[in-house]
Structure formats: structure tokens, C-alpha cells
Design a binder for this molecule. Structure first.
Ligand code: 6GU
Length: 282
């Protein structure tokens, strides 16, 4: 998988190179490119935003900067990038290599399914879920466009749909200064699901949300610590009892913390009976 991030704060994306994601890069499972949006600014001040039409607070990011940035990154001709030779237009000169020639828009000719995925993090997007993470983990090329929270001129998003499959996503009901931290969140959720990155398939099958429920508590040695015991069933050696206990802990936690998830979870008769008991307060 290849990830490209376009941002006015490239240093914010440094964590992408570390820990889990760093390992994926070393193993060749992941390539990451981080691009400074300002390198596409055309005026002496390198400005990337302007006041909103219609008035109001804040600034809106400029289409003339975002348009070429998204074109170049889609085509693999952004600064310092080595992309797969199968990508079109690799040998085309950059528009700014030819003096006096107007920038040429990137004209899309690829079929829909060959378009890279463009993720635009925004508090106004659709909520990002584990199901989205699973879907995104199968992508070959994901580009993230980080805007400040007042947003990017909407025509940029509309125009990008000619080159990309576009998804505007939110990571929760709160407002961040910009999309950078959301990109770190989404990238981590996605990359850990790429086969061979986490190394233990069972550990994602049992993740919270995989079956629509929260995972229950975990314990390790010692059996007794600060006067607290590990639940006895876990040391019983009875796997069927352990499985049933874990299922109930998962149901209990979901019931207490995220009851709205239960409506969509796959529940059998035994699960329903247990939830009934919880609901009756026993
Ligand atoms: Cl994805 N971006 C920004 N800027 N703020 C957010 C968000 C995303 N999700 C919640 N708040």
C-alpha cells in the first residue's frame, strides 16, 4: 500500500514513520509520502488560504493550490516521489518545468476502480468506523488531504472526484485544528489490518468492533497482584468456560458503555438471555 499525505504541517506526520507503521515500511508493505501543500503555492507569500465568500470567520483553503497538488500526487509526479511505473503520466514534465506554459489539469481517463482513494478528514464527514478501516486496508493507493477545520473550497472536493474516489470522513464528534491527527488515527487503524503487518490474524478477528461488540478485560501474571485476583475461570483450563466467560464480559461491557451497539451485533439465544439478565439488574 502507498499513502500520500498533503499538509501544511509535514512534521506533524512524523509518527507515521515510527513504531507499527515504521515496521510496515521496513518490510516493504507500506510506502509513505508527505507533501508540503505550500510547495504548490504560487504567490511570494506562499499563501494557501483566503477569506470566505459570503463572509464569516476563519479562512478557506484555496482551490488553485489544492487542485495542482492533488493532480500531481495522483499522477505520482509530486516532489521526491518514486511511484509504480504502471501509473500514467510518469514521464510528463511537471507543469512548472516549462516556463510560460499554463498549468495543465490532470485529465482523468482511468476507470473508476483504478482511481486512488482520496480521504479528506473533516468534522463534517461520515463517521470513520472499523468497517471503513477494513475496506481501506485493501486499497493500493490512499491520498489524504489535510485541511484546516474551516475547510477547503468545496470545488476542490468536487473536482477531485474526476481523479479519485473521494471520501470525506470524521473521526468523532469534536473539532480538531486540522486533519493531520485524524490522518494518523485513520492510517494506524488501516495499516494494522494489512495482511502480514500485525502478524497475528486472530488478534484482529477478536478486536473490539469486529463482531460489533467491545472486547472484555484481559489479564496476565501474576495471579494475585496488590490483593486483586485474576478471575478464576481464566486459570481453570476449561476453554469452553473461558470462551463463554469472555463472551459475557464482552456483552456486559458493551451493555454498560455502548448499549447502542447491541442493536446491530450478531447475538444468539444464549447472548440474548444473558443480556436479559443484565437488563433485569442481576
Ligand atoms: Cl477528520 N478533522 C478535523 N479537522 N476535525 C475533526 C475530524 C477530522 N474528526 C473530528 N473532528
Amino acid at each position: 500500500m502507498r499513502l500520500d499525505v498533503i499538509t501544511i504541517f509535514p512534521e506533524y506526520l512524523d509518527p507515521l514513520r515510527h513504531a507499527l507503521l515504521g515496521k510496515a515500511i521496513e518490510r516493504g508493505a507500506l510506502q509513505v509520502g508527505v507533501h508540503d501543500l505550500r510547495s504548490w503555492a504560487t504567490d511570494v507569500h506562499k499563501s494557501v488560504d483566503d477569506s470566505p465568500f459570503g463572509g464569516g470567520p476563519g479562512m478557506v483553503m484555496k482551490p488553485e493550490v489544492w487542485g495542482p497538488a492533488l493532480d500531481d500526487v495522483a499522477a505520482g509526479r509530486a516532489e521526491g516521489q518514486e511511484l509504480e511505473s504502471s501509473l500514467p503520466h510518469l514521464n510528463k514534465p511537471r507543469h512548472d518545468d516549462i516556463e510560460g506554459v499554463a498549468p495543465t489539469p490532470y485529465v482523468e481517463s482511468r476507470p473508476e476502480e483504478d482511481k486512488p482513494l482520496l480521504i479528506v478528514p473533516t468534522p463534517t464527514g461520515k463517521p470513520f468506523t472499523q468497517a471503513d478501516a477494513r475496506e481501506f486496508a485493501a486499497e493500493e493507493h490512499i491520498v489524504f488531504a489535510c485541511g484546516r477545520y474551516e475547510g477547503i473550497d468545496q470545488r476542490v472536493i468536487d473536482d477531485a472526484a474526476r481523479t479519485y474516489r473521494v471520501r470525506e470522513v470524521s473521526i468523532g464528534d469534536y473539532v480538531l485544528i486540522g486533519g493531520e491527527v485524524a490522518v494518523l488515527v485513520i492510517a494506524e487503524a488501516v495499516v494494522r489490518l494489512i495482511p502480514g503487518v500485525l502478524g497475528n490474524k486472530r488478534s484482529h478477528e477478536e478486536d473490539s468492533f469486529s463482531d460489533g461488540l467491545l472486547e472484555g478485560p484481559s489479564y496476565t501474571k501474576p495471579r494475585q497482584w496488590r490483593g486483586l485476583e485474576v478471575p478464576e475461570v481464566l486459570t481453570s483450563g476449561n476453554h469452553a468456560l473461558v470462551d463463554r466467560w469472555r463472551r459475557e464480559q464482552s456483552l456486559k461491557r458493551t451493555f454498560e458503555r455502548r448499549p447502542e451497539l447491541l442493536a446491530k451485533a450478531e447475538l444468539d439465544a444464549q447472548d440474548k438471555a444473558y443480556l436479559e439478565e443484565l437488563d433485569n439488574g442481576d
